[in-house]
Design a protein around this ligand. Structure first.
Ligand SMILES: [Ca+2]
Length: 327
């Protein structure tokens, strides 16, 4: 048995002979592919949007998230984030996309299946338009526009290395199912974003440097884009977190499989279970914040932050990543 380091985690590899004799099994799955070479502006701008072995390897573009535990939520956030309990919740290990799903990845799904997204069927999506003057009414910066979709934004085709957006919950789940994957629960997303940390929350900075695409300046009229992006950024322009995940905070909100059915303090613990009535409402939890989250509005560029989102509304600021649970 060999002891090796892979993706920062110690694992055991069994040779076929030892497996036959001793029946030993890896303590956790071994990734046969290297991590994506992302994390700088130069690297993300040259990325083509498809990870190594795409189309042939079930875990292409993913890293192994080892089992662990977190206390869900934060005492320091918005009221619905405050923990129900100081008892940590256990999370089993799973594979996770290193980046938000890209336009190129989603295109490969559409090319293979002929899938038509809900925004294309509905012929409408919610689009952010920055006002020129200070505003407090969200209806002043959100517009329902026709003929906007994942492949057609303001008359242009989005670049293949951008995260796909204008994707509803059903669209995201269809893509994940096609790959034999799933969407994370809120608990799994927050565990990914907290990345080994015992802190109650994780923000968009790392070692005093901005490490996420969010909004600097006064939202919604003044975007100083100190982080380099006024709109969505290509995936992987910022350093990965300790689990090897890029943009788990900021850039786009990410769909989870957990219905939004109230505050943690009411006993909702971020798992996907829900009653039939709750599923019928289908207001889902989204996590991580987006390029539209600013200090003065929606300061939700944090691991513990959460927000309700209509499951069938395609918007400018919501994307997703998939996970694959170990058998
Ligand atoms: Ca930004």
């Amino acid at each position: 048995m060999r002891n090796v380091m892979l993706n920062g985690s110690k694992i055991f590899l069994c040779s076929w002979i030892m497996f036959s004799i001793l029946g030993c099994k890896p303590s956790q799955p071994a990734s046969p592919t290297a991590s994506l070479a992302l994390g700088t502006l130069k690297q993300c701008q040259s990325y083509q949007g498809l990870p190594q072995d795409w189309g042939s390897l079930a875990t292409s573009g993913m890293v192994w998230i080892p089992a662990g535990e977190i206390i869900l939520g934060s005492q320091h956030g918005y009221p619905d984030e405050k923990p129900f309990s100081q008892q940590p919740q256990q999370v089993s290990g799973f594979w996770a996309d290193q980046t938000e799903v890209t336009v190129a990845q989603f295109k490969s799904f559409v090319d293979a299946t002929g899938y038509v997204t809900e925004a294309e069927k509905q012929k409408v999506a919610a689009v952010f338009i920055a006002p020129q003057q200070p505003q407090t009414d969200p209806m002043k910066w959100w517009q329902l526009q026709q003929n906007i979709s994942w492949k057609h934004i303001n008359g242009t085709i989005p670049p293949p290395h951008h995260p796909v957006r204008y994707i509803t919950y059903n669209d995201a789940l269809a893509y994940a199912t096609w790959l034999g994957r799933d969407l994370p629960s809120e608990l799994e997303n927050e565990y990914m974003a907290k990345g080994f940390s015992q802190q109650q929350d994780i923000g968009p900075e790392h070692n005093g440097q901005l490490n996420a695409n969010y909004w600097q300046g006064q939202f919604p009229h003044q975007n100083t884009q100190i982080d380099g992006f006024s709109d969505v950024a290509p995936v992987g322009c910022f350093q990965a977190n300790p689990f090897g995940l890029h943009d788990i905070i900021g850039n786009l909100w990410e769909w989870t499989k957990s219905p939004y059915i109230g505050a943690h303090s009411d006993g909702h613990m971020g798992r996907p279970e829900a009653t039939r009535a709750q599923r019928a409402a289908m207001i889902m939890v989204i996590k991580g914040g987006s390029f539209l989250c600013a200090d003065n509005y929606c300061a939700r560029y944090r691991a513990a932050a959460r927000h309700p989102q209509e499951f069938d509304l395609a918007t400018s600021h919501v994307g997703f990543r998939t996970i694959r649970r170990a058998p």
